[in-house]
Design a protein around this ligand. Structure first.
Ligand code: NOJ
Length: 557
């Protein structure tokens, strides 16, 4: 039976993609090189993305149930300025306008996620299916396709139905595997005739670590040293189950692909001639991306995680490791469940070894025995954690190639934010520079032989940035959140990215050097328009609400 299944052509393809031997990554070979003029292979896919809770708004409309993020954001003190995603960009109502923007930029794809509680308000299939929620995604998908934009769909971008958290403890409970599979199966049934690129999870590292270990994200639990490992274990099982569901029930009819999107910052040894630094840097990457990628590609957790967490657990006097164990059946079920790998990448850290004594205070972070450092010369234009280190991107992509048998990769997130002080500056010079340099390093990686098929700028719009609320703006388009209509304004980087897309890369020095100037030609006048519009919406808000709107003073132009 197993042999018959493996002989089908689509499975042979998947095997070739996924189950190739891993090679050693050469940590000591660090070529930086100068800017590379050239283009991407024909058919390379360009786009941008967003996610349901970050953009849709309409949190309680048309029968949607509550997610853990609705509940978390409504608690005081969890989110910067107590912002919520209740309305956000109102993408639920404005998706047609957004597709017009995408069309103008000549996107090949758009990445978005489906809100689980919009489809199953109580999380569970047998309760009821919300047809209005289905209709919203039907309309979105159909309109994208009508405009020749391929939908790339994430099934879980952190918005677990609240009922499942309350009743079962969310991802701490293995029952999520079947509930998530039911949800995914319904999405395949209802949308799979048109959607051909599925991602099970987005950045499960954050769901596990920030959701169940540090508590900075929903559901806000602080289960130090165990919560993240347990959540990740169930997420990996759920991913595998959904991949198998697609494989056995839908693939032959629908002919799509199922992958996962992993966030992966790069870790560079402080001293590449020092073996201890190299090992520490490798641990950083293995505890981050390898935690999820290694089971999915190679069948089990990275050896270094098993060793370190196992040893620390023993030193704590625990009888078993805090890192759960996959049975041998589970290992073979999980191995190879990847048709393509989504990579979200933003930044890099220098890494060096540091021993943390084991004890009761053990956590995911101390288990790794390392410290993260940054070079103060690295540009740091936006979010506190986000330093622009373009060469790290090429290193990461080459690492993926060697470790997981050169899988098909879609870059699912890459971009930079701006701090709130500059949030009305549409002349986003630093974002153009970031895109230019990062996309160029991706081009070098493609020349190195890394199998990157597409790139997704993060994000199309300014949006709700989780615990940072609306204070960090990643968008190509500025959104005026003070205005009820949430108008979008193009930043200069829209023009810049448009040129990269239309040239499919960086054709030659003369042309590329003119792009920034051309992109900034109109942004000063757009700035003035935006400033005037914002003053008006601030005024309208005051009149309507009869009270001053709370907004940081430094936000004014
Ligand atoms: C990764 C998350 O998937 C995304 O939702 C978020 O906006 C970016 N990180 C930037 O923080």
């Amino acid at each position: 039976m197993l042999l018959q299944r493996m002989l089908k052509p689509q499975h042979v393809l998947v095997l070739v993609l996924c189950v190739s031997a891993s090679e050693d990554f050469d940590w000591t070979k660090s070529e930086r090189g100068s800017f590379y003029y050239g283009t991407f292979p024909t058919g390379f896919s360009w786009g941008a993305g967003g996610s349901a809770y970050q953009t849709e708004g309409a949190w309680d409309k048309d029968g949607k149930g509550m997610s853990i993020w609705d509940v978390f954001a409504h608690k005081k003190g969890k989110i910067f300025l107590n912002d919520t995603g209740d309305h956000s960009c109102e993408g639920y109502y404005k998706f047609k306008d957004d597709i017009t923007l995408m069309k103008d930029m000549k996107f090949n794809h758009y990445r978005f996620s489906i809100s689980w509680p919009r489809i199953f308000p109580n999380g569970i299939k047998t309760d009821h299916i919300n047809e209005k929620g289905i209709k919203y995604y039907d309309d979105l998908i159909n309109m994208l396709l009508d405009n020749n934009i391929t939908p790339i769909v994430t099934l879980y971008h952190w918005d677990l139905p609240q009922v499942l958290e309350e009743k079962y403890g969310g991802w701490q409970n293995v029952s999520m595997v079947n509930y998530f599979n039911d949800f995914a199966n319904l999405c395949f049934e209802r949308f799979g005739d048109r959607v051909k690129y599925w991602m099970t999870f987005n950045n499960p590292w954050s769901s596990a670590v920030e959701g169940y270990e540090t508590g900075e994200h929903a559901p806000g639990l602080k289960l130090r040293g165990t919560g993240a490992y347990k959540a990740a274990h169930h997420i990996i099982k759920a991913h595998a189950k959904v991949w198998h569901t697609y494989d056995t029930q839908w693939r032959s009819k629908q002919k799509g692909l199922v992958g996962i999107s992993l966030l992966a910052d790069w870790g560079e040894p402080v001293d590449i001639t020092n073996q201890r630094d190299i090992e520490a840097a490798e641990r950083y990457v293995q505890f981050y991306m390898g935690w999820f990628a290694t089971p999915i590609f190679n069948g089990d957790y990275p050896q270094v995680m098993k060793d370190y967490i196992g040893r620390k657990s023993a030193q704590q006097g625990l009888g078993i490791s805090r890192l759960p164990v996959f049975s041998s059946q589970e290992k073979s079920y999980i191995k190879g469940t990847c048709d393509f790998l989504g990579i979200g990448h933003f930044t890099t850290r220098y890494i060096t070894q540091k021993n943390y004594p084991s004890g009761r205070g053990n956590s995911y972070f101390t288990d790794r025995d390392l410290v993260e450092l940054v070079d103060p010369r690295w540009p740091d234009p936006g979010s506190e954690w986000l330093y622009s280190v373009p060469w790290g991107f090429r290193r990461l992509l080459n690492f993926v190639k060697t470790q997981y048998g050169n899988p098909m990769i879609y870059v699912t997130e890459n971009g930079v934010s701006e701090k709130v002080q500059r949030c009305t500056d549409l002349c986003d010079d630093w974002r153009m520079q970031y895109f230019k340099d990062y996309i160029n390093e991706m081009l070098k990686a493609v020349k190195d032989g890394v199998n990157v098929k597409g790139y997704t700028a993060w994000s199309l719009l300014d949006k709700f940035e989780w615990d940072e609320g609306f204070s960090e703006r990643f968008g190509l388009f500025y959104v005026d959140f003070l205005n009820k209509n949430k108008p979008r304004y193009p930043k200069a980087s829209v023009q810049y990215y448009k040129r990269i897309i239309s040239s499919n890369g960086f054709p030659n020095q003369r042309e590329v050097e003119s792009w920034k100037r051309k992109a900034t030609e109109t942004c000063s006048s757009s700035n003035q328009l935006l400033a005037a519009a914002r003053r008006k919406s601030q005024q309208d808000n005051k009149e309507q609400e009869g009270m001053p709107k709370v907004w940081p003073v430094h936000d004014e132009v």
